[in-house]
Design a protein around this ligand. Structure first.
Ligand SMILES: [Zn+2]
Length: 434
């Protein structure tokens, strides 16, 4: 068990009980922000807000905190003396300046608790052996969070991080993990690799996959090709988990696999439109979080930049807390191509359905008619289908006709795997910033 004093099981209780707990926790959180956070103290003063009067109903009246606010005033968000900080991570988009997120000991315990109840909700128990294929290094928090969650749950963790495919195979053969945690496209690659080495992934000990960083379901919770492939290749349950490192909060799909549950003792969740107004259930909106019980860098109405949908109705698993659907994309990367709204994630999913597409990246450019243009750069290789055919397939899926450019494979790889970034980059936004 983690040492954080949360309310495990709150998500199964009546909605008025949940509301009462959130109300109490929000009051404490706002009082703490007013007392300890230089940023929010200033903001409350400037906006003439008396935080003692703000309850759940009035939360929507408080200003939102954008990523740019957090990055631009990073030091002002620190709400504890420096000696209480025990862990610092860097949060980067792909092109933005990295922001420091500082954790106290209690925040780390909160992180462990968060992942413990998340993993428990998707059916992982102390009997499981969990192979973590995501790194704890390079200032990422995810790998540490999963490790702490597995440990808090009493399951066994195997940390192979960004090990080679061969080393993962050896571990699967010798330690026989029951759960894999990792990026879905990597887990698919791993299954193919096992196959090449004469090991059928579906016959291994693995029975559950926890997927991070890429969606396995699309709008309407329809399984994407990637999700289908993973389920079939590994003969395993596929769960998505989504986390915001600034908010030290994650949403993991339960056994019903119908979106990631909010842990209501840890955060308040809103989905907002461009004017910061709530969107109706099932409509895409930006994920905005007010994490509760954070000491180091508390946040109020933090705009994560990620777009998803909210399912407020009770779930088959018995939890009544709202669920967050798949991440449809980054708000910043939303395209309006001749009236159709589109996110790069949808383009990735559509490309994934086309056989023999190798490396690729997207380029978004603005044109004179106030419509964005999408250019897909594909790496040339002998099995690549004709560009015109690919374009038709994509148009049928996306209702938008992209421009297809076929470049030398080496040139495409050079764009995607730039040493400048920690992760592969597949979207280049050439539009003037709005
Ligand atoms: Zn559920």
């Amino acid at each position: 068990m983690s040492r954080f004093n949360g309310r495990p099981g709150l998500e199964f209780e009546q909605s008025d009980t949940i509301r009462r707990v959130q109300e109490e926790e929000l009051k404490k959180h706002l009082a703490r922000c007013a007392r300890r956070s230089p940023y929010y103290r200033r903001l409350f003063k400037e906006a003439g807000v008396n935080p003692a009067r703000v309850g759940l109903d009035a939360l929507a009246g408080l200003p939102v905190t954008a990523k740019d606010d957090f990055a631009g005033h990073n030091a002002e968000f620190l709400a504890v003396p420096a000696e209480k900080i025990v862990y610092i991570v860097l949060d980067t988009g792909t092109t933005e300046k990295p922001t420091q997120v500082m954790y106290t000991e209690r925040d780390l315990n909160r992180l462990a608790y968060n992942e413990e109840i998340s993993f428990a909700s998707c059916g992982i128990s102390a009997r499981d052996v969990v192979l973590l294929t995501c790194t704890m290094d390079r200032c990422f928090v995810a790998g540490l969070a999963y490790f702490m969650g597995v440990r808090a749950l009493g399951a066994a963790a195997v940390r192979n991080g960004h090990g080679t495919l061969a080393s993962h195979l050896e571990i699967i053969k010798s330690i026989r993990p029951t759960v894999l945690v990792g990026v879905p496209s990597f887990l698919r690659k791993l299954a193919f690799f096992l196959g090449e080495k004469g090991v059928a992934a579906e016959k291994t000990s693995v029975r559950k996959l926890v997927c991070i960083g890429e969606p396995v379901r699309g709008l309407g919770m329809v399984e994407l090709k990637l999700g289908q492939d993973l389920r079939k290749l590994w003969n395993a349950d596929v769960h998505s988990t989504y986390a915001s490192s600034e908010c030290i909060t994650s949403f993991c799909e339960c056994t019903a696999q119908q979106g990631g549950h909010l842990h209501p003792d840890l955060a308040i969740l809103e989905l907002l439109d461009d004017r910061n107004q709530p969107v109706p259930p099932g409509t895409p909106g930006e994920v905005v979080l007010t994490p509760l019980g954070i000491e180091g860098m508390p946040l109020i109405r933090f705009k994560t930049g990620d777009v998803s949908v909210l399912f407020p109705e009770p779930c088959r698993c018995g939890r009544v807390s709202p669920r967050l659907g798949p991440i449809l994309g980054r708000k910043q990367q939303m395209m309006k191509v001749r009236g159709t709204t589109l996110y790069p994630q949808a383009v990735f999913a559509a490309l994934d359905e086309i056989p023999n597409v190798g490396e690729y990246y997207l380029e978004i450019v603005g044109d004179a008619e106030l419509s964005d243009e999408l250019v897909i750069h594909l790496g040339a290789h002998t099995n690549l289908p004709p560009p015109e055919w690919i374009r038709e397939q994509l148009q049928a899926r996306l209702r938008v006709a992209p421009v297809i450019a076929v470049d030398a494979e080496e040139t495409v790889r050079h764009h995607v795997y730039s040493p400048q970034f920690r992760k592969p980059v597949r979207v280049f936004d050439r539009r003037e910033s709005l």
